[in-house]
Design a protein around this ligand. Structure first.
Ligand code: NAP
Ligand code: MG
Length: 478
């Protein structure tokens, strides 16, 4: 179907990212070369090399942990909360001041649409620093008793799907509670973390309070296994999370894990269908579905399934897939060739297992890693697509007849990170929310994030909370 209305390109300027040919690590307040083989980070929408980035070796990890220890012992642990707060406020304001630069940089390195980097990732990252700045001098009133103590040096490892936002989720509470940090960004998206290091320097943060070591998985392994770390925080795959839990076991280090998910998004027959369709789209196509809490399993009451599917396909057909720097783009690039292969394999497998495949008839760019938004119907619980995290723009649709059946199917997963409920009845929503085994349950919305709301999972989705009062516990000796 050709539309009589065509969009003209509305490109954000890539100059705003102020790309440098080389990025160095940040250790002890200085930008330094790493001992490892430098990595080349690419733009997944074009496959061009963006920059060369230093990579740490084990000696660099040692130096970063030692710098964090010194900063903890000599400066940060001695500062009163209201002084720490000033730095956090300053960082939050600098993120706002440099928000266009950060948004374009994030879009180039990750492949996400500029409107998401600009309207979600960067402002929410700033909000996390503002929120935790407010806590820094009020920890006595957080419900953990008077004068709760910090832990020391936090070793933090983050994934590629929300590079700057995951950094903010990790660093803001750590600093607010009086800890110092060594953080490793993902290999495919290191740039915003290294610009954040520049923001720390600009804010006059004392040397060694924040250290960023870039590199691949081995750098992460060296960091989380380092005897000098008092706390380990990880967001990423369940597989690596389990490995880290084994490494940390018996060491006395405090551990929080934010892992994968296979969230159910449940639509009851009394839900307002047009609004629900918007929520389903946001649940699975936001950030190309590369979201741990993505609503990848749609459970629809049988009596409205056909009508809903029709509306959904019509809506998904209008999503604009393409250049992430275009302000009209809804769905950008998949982060890496590897992730694209994984998505393609799982989707092909679902078709082979008998699920009915429908993909948006959009045109995909010739270069770069793109995947058309896809909806599988006739999905059964035994299929891989209904059980495994796909981490891509692919929705599985299952049906149910009774509310009890919906809950049973929703909870039939080893994960337990998030869920959604769509219904007009408040009583039904509250009933469902109590029965769902998920850390976050959204009602008549999906994928909403706020620094005041704790986020985290059950079972194979990990443990510990980030955000809100509950999130402070992960960084305090309580
Ligand atoms: P991952 O392999 O678990 O990577 C996450 C982070 O851990 C990256 O910084 C990674 O470094 C690092 N890492 C890798 N191996 C490590 C090890 N042995 N010890 C310590 N750190 C290590 O996950 P991914 O490659 O980003 O994504 C794979 C899958 O993870 C996705 O398909 C999705 O299912 C899940 N995921 C979940 C979330 C979430 O928020 N819960 C987020 C992203 C991904 P490198 O980048 O250098 O490998
Ligand atoms: Mg990249």
């Amino acid at each position: 179907m050709t539309s009589p209305w065509e969009y003209a390109p509305a490109l954000e300027s890539r100059e705003l990212a102020d790309l440098k040919p080389n990025y160095r690590m940040f250790v002890g307040g200085e930008f330094v070369d790493g001992g490892g083989q430098p990595i080349k980070t690419i733009n997944p929408a074009t496959e061009e090399i963006l920059a060369e980035v230093a990579s740490a070796d084990t000696g660099d990890v040692d130096r970063a942990v030692a710098a964090a220890r010194r900063a903890y012992d000599e400066v940060w642990s001695k500062l009163p909360g209201k002084e720490r707060a000033k730095y956090l406020f300053r960082i939050a304001r600098l993120i706002q001041e440099r928000s266009r630069e950060l948004a374009v940089l994030e879009t180039l390195d990750n492949g996400k649409p500029i409107k998401e980097a600009r309207d979600v990732d960067v402002p929410t990252a700033a909000a996390h620093f503002f929120h935790h700045a407010g806590w820094a001098d009020k920890l006595d009133y957080a419900g953990f008793g008077p004068n709760p103590k910090s832990l020391g040096v936090a070793a933090q490892v983050i994934p590629w799907n929300f590079p700057l936002l995951m950094l903010a989720w990790k660093i803001a509470p750590a600093l607010a509670c009086g800890n110092t940090v060594v953080l490793k960004p993902a290999e495919t998206t290191p740039l915003s973390a290294l610009v954040f290091a520049d923001i720390c320097a600009q804010a006059g943060l004392p040397a060694g309070v924040v250290n960023i070591v870039s590199g691949a998985g081995d750098v992460g392994a060296a960091l989380v296994g380092h005897p000098g770390a008092d706390k380990v925080a990880f967001t990423g795959s369940t597989e690596v999370g389990k490995q880290i839990q084994r490494t940390v076991a018996g060491s006395g280090k405090k551990l929080t894990l934010e892992l994968g998910g296979k969230a159910a998004n449940i639509v009851f027959d009394d839900a307002p269908l047009d609004q629900t369709v918007e929520g389903i789209v946001n649940g699975i196509f936001f950030n190309q579905g590369q979201v741990c809490c993505a609503g990848s399993r749609l459970l629809v009451q049988e009596s409205v399934a056909e009508e809903l599917l029709e509306k959904l396909r019509a809506r998904v057909s209008t999503l604009r897939v393409g250049d992430p720097l275009d302000k009209n783009t809804d769905v950008g690039a998949i982060n890496s060739a590897e992730q694209l292969t994984k998505i393609t394999e799982l989707a092909d497998g679902a078709a082979a297992e008998g699920a009915e495949r429908w993909s948006s008839p959009c045109e995909l760019p010739e270069r770069g890693f793109f995947f058309a938004p896809t909806v599988f119907s006739e999905v059964h619980q035994s299929m891989r697509i209904a059980r495994e995290e796909i981490f891509g723009p692919v929705l599985s649709v299952l049906t149910f007849r009774t509310p009890d059946e919906a809950i049973a199917k929703a909870n039939n997963t080893p994960y337990g990170l998030s869920a959604g409920v769509w219904s007009e009845k408040g009583s039904r929503i509250l009933w469902a929310a109590q029965k769902l085994r998920a850390g976050v349950v959204w009602a008549n919305t999906f994928n909403r994030f706020d620094p005041t709301a704790p986020f985290g999972g059950y079972r194979e989705s990990g443990f510990g909370r980030e955000g809100g009062r509950a999130g402070l516990e992960a960084y305090l000796d309580v």
